[in-house]
Design a binder for this molecule. Structure first.
Ligand code: MG
Length: 170
């Protein structure tokens, strides 16, 4: 049987991306998720502000545009990224995606956390993320679930974020 295709990925006007990230909790750190500082007894450990949601979003966008991943562009060995707001990294990622000829259509994200409650902070996260992404609030899907007590996330040892995005040619 002959395989035939007249469709090339580089000719596609839309592309999908997927990103996932994990950060463990640590004492004496602020908890920053989706650009929002959330009052809690501990924060996430990381070289930047450890914003797990924004990191997963960066990876989804980079993946969609065929640009690799966040670690390749913002290595944690580079002092300029120490303690940096991940919103600045996201802005740079969106600029890279635009330079590649694409813009975000929508993003959809799930946070997996046993605690704290994250849903009350979704409006603030949307307010922080949507202008950087160039999207209306309804273009930024946010959901949260627990891990039902299973595994490290279920024991509250950290938080994970999973994001998908769609981008289209400008
Ligand atoms: Mg990360």
């Amino acid at each position: 049987m002959t395989q035939s295709s007249n469709h090339s990925i580089t000719q596609s006007s839309i592309r999908v991306g997927l990103g996932i990230d994990f950060h463990r909790f640590a004492e004496g750190r602020p908890l920053v998720i989706g650009g929002v500082e959330i009052p809690y007894e501990k924060g996430l450990l990381g070289y930047s502000d450890a914003d797990v949601l924004t990191h997963a979003l960066c990876d989804a966008l980079l993946g969609a545009a065929g640009l690799g991943d966040i670690g390749a562009h913002f290595p944690d060995t580079d002092p300029q990224y120490r303690g940096i707001s991940s919103l600045k990294l996201l802005a740079r990622v969106v600029a890279m995606v635009r330079d590649a000829g694409y813009r975000p259509v929508n993003v959809d994200c799930v946070l997996i956390a046993q605690a704290p409650k994250l849903v009350p902070h979704f409006p603030g996260m949307r307010k922080a993320l949507s202008p950087i992404l160039g999207l209306p609030a309804e273009g930024v899907g946010l959901k949260a679930t627990t891990a039902e007590g299973m595994g490290a996330l279920g024991r509250g040892e950290g938080i994970s974020a999973l994001c998908t995005c769609l981008i289209e040619t400008i």
